[in-house]
Design a protein around this ligand. Structure first.
Ligand code: GDP
Ligand code: MN
Length: 383
């Protein structure tokens, strides 16, 4: 889960990192009011989940109210590489002497946390890594020991930070490591990390990704997910405890178990179809869960046909059939013109198929194998 810059900065501030005072705004009037409150000069910043906002014209300095208004008008609604700007962050502008780079992430290959630091800040770090890799310090941290002050000082020194700010940079690295660790982040990045003319070290930008699976440990972070950018069906699924990922095809998919659903996506693609979603109803799902799942799949207007691929293990096929029947009752007979192809195999499959047959749901087709089901659903979606 990626955070907007200002949300990342709020996390930073909680862990003692210095950030500039500022306010978020979603209208020009609010932005101007925020600028007046924060004090000029201010910087008006587009809040979108993509980097390179400065280059795209989404970060502008304003010396007074009229400039703040002009920039807010221009940036709100702006499209930055497919991301529409709906929120602005207005902060008191900083004077910059130098721009550094700092980040903490998990190095999956080394299976260790990694701190990165460079004095080549303000540019894309991929570029630094490629053009002058010697300017990028990569330091692995012993996860049990944590990052010591001595280590942090060594990183800053090795990276070539100015002598007088080595201590300040080391403190930032330690605080950033705490953000990454305590908040269950997968990435915590500051670019640029600036040194002001009066030699203060401050985070001017924030890029934080949180581990969505650890969110239950951080109730205070739950509201941070960028609901504007989140697919509304994905959000609903998350609230219902279902694993749903929106895709761009027209065949709704439901299976039980992530592996089975992935194979189902492959088989549908192989049969020439395009899945509209990934949806794992999980093991042991009961009729109520299946009913919710049908609701999610049909909430997507692009769906032309639905494939249920159930391999009954812990999940009982008769429960799945009951869920489907309940969902149809709710929709109302004839309420859905969307055809369903259902493959039930495994625990209680005979009972499940019997239930479906007895219910005689309109537009529901049974299939014996996964390949047969995929071919049938592709045919129905194209009809
Ligand atoms: P990004 O382009 O999406 O990475 O957005 P940043 O927040 O990093 O801002 C881009 C650039 O704008 C920075 O590298 C700075 O050079 C500049 N900038 C941002 N905030 C300020 C500020 O308060 N004062 C000054 N002088 N420049 C700023
Ligand atoms: Mn940046």
């Amino acid at each position: 889960m990626d955070l907007l810059e200002y949300q990342g900065k709020q996390l930073f501030a909680r862990h003692g990192l210095e950030v500039s005072p500022g306010k978020a705004a979603t209208s020009v009037e609010d932005a101007v009011a925020a600028a007046n409150e924060v004090g000029y000069p201010v910087v008006v910043k587009a809040q979108v989940l993509i980097g390179g906002r400065g280059k795209a014209g989404g970060v502008k300095l304003a010396a007074d109210e009229s400039e703040a208004r002009e920039h807010a008008q221009n940036i709100l609604g702006m499209d930055i590489r497919g991301h529409t700007v709906r929120t602005l962050w207005i902060e008191h502008a900083s004077d910059i002497a130098t721009e550094y780079y700092a980040s903490v992430l998990l190095d999956r290959q080394a299976k260790q946390p990694m701190v990165m630091f460079s004095v080549q800040g303000g540019v894309e770090i991929e570029q630094v890594a490629q053009e002058s890799p010697e300017k990028l310090v990569r330091h692995h941290v012993d996860a049990l020991e944590g990052l010591s002050k001595a280590e942090a000082i060594e990183i800053a020194r090795q990276g070539g930070a100015d002598e007088d700010v080595i201590d300040g940079v080391a403190d930032v690295l330690m605080a950033l490591y705490e953000v990454w660790l305590q908040e269950d982040a997968t990435l915590a990045e500051i670019n640029p990390l600036i040194v002001t003319p009066d030699r203060k070290v401050r985070a001017l930008d924030a890029k934080v990704s949180l581990d969505g699976n650890a969110l239950y440990r951080h109730p205070e972070n739950q509201g941070l997910s960028d609901s504007e950018n989140e697919d509304p069906i994905e959000r609903k699924a998350r609230e219902q405890g279902l694993q749903y990922v929106a895709l761009d095809g027209d065949i709704g998919i439901l299976g039980n178990g992530a592996g089975l659903v992935m194979s189902t996506l492959d088989v549908v693609a192989q049969a020439g179809g395009r899945p509209a979603n990934f949806l794992d109803a999980g093991g042991g799902s009961d009729a109520a869960k299946i009913k919710q799942a049908v609701g999610l799949i049909l909430a997507n207007d692009a769906v032309k046909a639905v494939l249920f691929n159930i391999f009954g293990g812990i999940t009982r096929c008769d429960e799945v059939a009951r869920g489907l029947i309940a969902a149809f009752e709710e929709i109302g007979v004839g309420g859905s013109t969307i055809p369903f192809v259902v493959r039930l195999d495994g625990t209680n499959d005979v009972q499940g198929r019997e239930l479906l047959q007895k219910a005689a749901l309109p537009n529901v087709h049974a299939a014996a194998t996964m390949n047969e089901a995929a071919e049938k659903v592709v045919e129905l979606a194209a009809a």
